[in-house]
Design a protein around this ligand. Structure first.
Ligand SMILES: C[S@@+](CC[C@H](N)C(=O)[O-])C[C@H]1O[C@@H](n2cnc3c(N)ncnc32)[C@H](O)[C@@H]1O
Length: 344
């Protein structure tokens, strides 16, 4: 099951049912570690890549966010998948599941239930390849899944989407179903989003499937509440990115000198999360040999979360040969799950 030419370290656990592969930081196609942080912090206005939210603590905070009363996306998408999963399994047939940004794989369980139930006597296992930069969360959820799903074989790929898409092993079943849930696609600006979809399409063979969860446009009050929860968990999640960068790149961000700021930018139909410097200050990231000056009130953008319109996303997918086969939504039309198929 382990691919042969990975620039990585792999380990097998739980017999042969779990393989965890750490994709190397030194793959020839990758920029040096931290190049994306340096580039973002040198832009005007300053930005940071959303993947740096997800150290172990960030992943745990994200799980807490998913359960917050204001944060509608997770429970809405889960309710859609609860109904749609058997139909998805029946439409795709015998697929292996590959998930980009798998996190805790909680919603994936709804699909795994359906795929395990539709196994025929000839098929002994369901294959699930989980891809995430957060190695701790990935290992923990993979082990729980193995206990809960006896027919499951799991390959964890610890690394970025791009690294993993470059190193996917050949499909072992009829076809592949690539999952990208949680409206994580909305973290990408329009041009990067289209390039990413192109990359996804290239990683699939004609006849393979791509299942995409997207958050839809809705009133500003609902959106802003979801990213400014009363308990302050989203604020802690946002600030934790600085703690992560301090540890990873020998930085000296002082977390108590920044505040969480999230708002809906109507023009671009996106929630923006920022960290606002409360004082004028300098920050150093020693390992990147980088010194920043921040004015009082200046912000660093840490995330965008775009809110999509259904026809636009169908068109974007269509442009990269991903044809929409079926669409499911909730009664309020807040969230959508699209099953698309790779055209020849
Ligand atoms: C918004 S969370 C979604 C988690 C889960 N799929 C869900 O729907 O609840 C994004 C997930 O993608 C992972 N992630 C973020 N950026 C990534 C990247 N560039 N490459 C790989 N994983 C990434 C994070 O660690 C996190 O688990």
């Amino acid at each position: 099951m382990s691919p042969s030419n990975l620039p990585s370290t792999s380990s097998c656990q739980n017999g042969d049912r779990l393989t965890v592969t750490h994709l190397s930081q030194t793959s020839p196609n990758l920029s040096p570690a931290g190049a994306d942080v340096r580039e973002g912090l040198q832009q005007i206005p300053k930005t940071l890549p959303a993947q740096y939210f997800y150290d172990d603590r960030g992943s745990q905070l994200f799980e807490q966010i998913c359960d917050l009363p204001e944060y509608y996306p997770t429970r809405t998408e889960a309710s859609i998948l609860q109904t749609a999963a058997p139909e998805i399994a029946s439409l795709t047939g015998n697929s292996e599941l590959v998930e980009l940004g798998s996190g805790s794989s909680s919603k994936t369980r709804l699909l795994l239930d359906a795929y395990c139930q539709s196994l025929t006597p000839k098929q002994s296992s369901v294959i699930y390849r989980a891809i995430d930069v957060s190695g701790g969360m990935l290992q923990q959820s993979a082990k729980t899944l193995l206990n809960d799903y006896p027919p499951l074989r799991v390959q964890g790929l610890v690394g970025t989407y791009e690294q993993a898409l470059d190193h996917l092993p050949p499909t072992e079943t009829e076809n592949r179903l690539l999952l990208f849930l949680g409206s994580t696609l909305g973290n990408l600006k329009p041009q990067a989003c289209q390039q990413f979809l192109q990359r996804v399409s290239q990683a699939l063979h004609p006849g393979d499937y791509f299942l995409l969860g997207i958050d839809l446009a809705k009133p500003k009050s609902i959106l802003e509440a979801a990213y400014n929860d009363a308990q302050g968990v989203t604020a802690a999640f946002n600030l934790n990115m600085l703690a992560h960068l301090n540890r990873r790149f020998e930085g000296n961000f002082k977390l108590d000198q920044f505040e969480h700021w999230a708002f809906f930018n109507e023009k671009d139909s996106q929630i923006e999360m920022h960290l606002r410097s409360q004082v004028s200050q300098s920050v150093t990231l020693r390992q990147l040999d980088l010194r920043l000056e921040l004015a009082q009130g200046e912000t660093i953008q840490t995330e965008i979360s775009r809110k999509f319109k259904y026809p636009d996303i169908v068109e974007s997918l269509n442009q990269v040969k991903l044809e929409t086969v079926h669409r499911w939504s909730d009664p309020q039309n807040w969230f959508a799950v699209l099953l698309t198929r790779r055209r020849p």
